[in-house]
Design a protein around this ligand. Structure first.
Ligand SMILES: [Zn+2]
Length: 245
């Protein structure tokens, strides 16, 4: 259960106190005595420093990426972070990343435990399950920023290009990846430059748009400016994340 779920109680408690105060007044009892009655403390959010805006969240990701590029990542205190996060989570950003082992959002943005809400699938495309996960992150955890993070030399996108170009069917469940990535490959086919690089970028752009339009929760949160959705591409050679949107 997240801390926000556990803090649903105070509203109920306040409502109850208001009603109790009104009843006390009707009985001629001092309502102030009820109002001042000590209440059990509710736990605050873990990592209160993560209560930031979308722009601040993006700045924090960029700054973390800079430290990672420069090889000056922070030393994370996993022991105390772990203890602080037993009661809930309060991430400041969500990431849709490729499953590629060379891409690790927590490392790439030099972030700690409980900072990033990450969904990963080869080809970093949004499906029903990841959309549902981000709905939870946005609606329940109030995460202000969502980034679709592609990367250079993505094997999933490359395999989709070859499968479509050669009109071959890959074994096992791989055709589902090809199917999910084919809109990006088709969008890139008419562009000048390297097809793989263009398809990787198009895949990020299309999935940013898909997430922005995901009804009924994420599209509403975007319209109400409760969440900002951006795209980026990770460079394998220097670790830099190039922002696209
Ligand atoms: Zn990949």
């Amino acid at each position: 259960m997240c801390y926000r779920c556990s803090t649903a109680a105070p509203t109920t408690r306040r409502t109850f106190l208001t009603m109790a105060g009104g009843a006390a007044a009707g009985l001629g009892l001092p309502s102030v005595a009820l109002a001042q009655k000590p209440q059990p403390k509710q736990p605050g959010p873990p990592k209160p420093q993560n209560e930031i805006t979308a722009d601040e969240a993006l700045k924090r990701l960029v700054a973390g990426n800079r430290r990672y590029i420069d090889g000056v990542s922070r030393r994370h205190d996993f022991k105390h972070e772990r203890e602080a996060l037993v009661q809930g989570q309060n991430p400041f950003a969500s990431i849709l990343s490729c499953a590629d082992s060379r891409i690790a959002p927590e490392y790439a943005f030099d972030s700690g435990r409980g900072d990033l809400f990450v969904c990963r699938v080869a080809g970093n495309f949004a499906n029903d399950e990841s959309i549902a996960s981000f709905e939870y992150a946005i609606a329940i955890l109030n995460v202000p920023l969502l980034m679709v993070l592609g990367h250079r030399s993505c094997g999933a996108v490359d395999a989709a290009i070859k499968s479509i170009r050669d009109n071959t069917t890959l074994p096992g469940h791989l055709p589902s990846l090809v199917s999910a990535l084919s809109p990006a490959v088709k969008a890139a086919e008419g562009l000048s430059g390297n097809l793989l690089d263009n398809a990787i970028k198009q895949n990020v752009i299309l999935n940013v748009e898909k997430l922005k339009a995901a009804t009924p929760i994420i599209d509403k949160a975007v319209a109400e400016k409760k969440v900002r959705i951006v795209g980026g591409v990770y460079n394998l050679d220097d670790g830099r994340v190039e922002l696209l949107t």
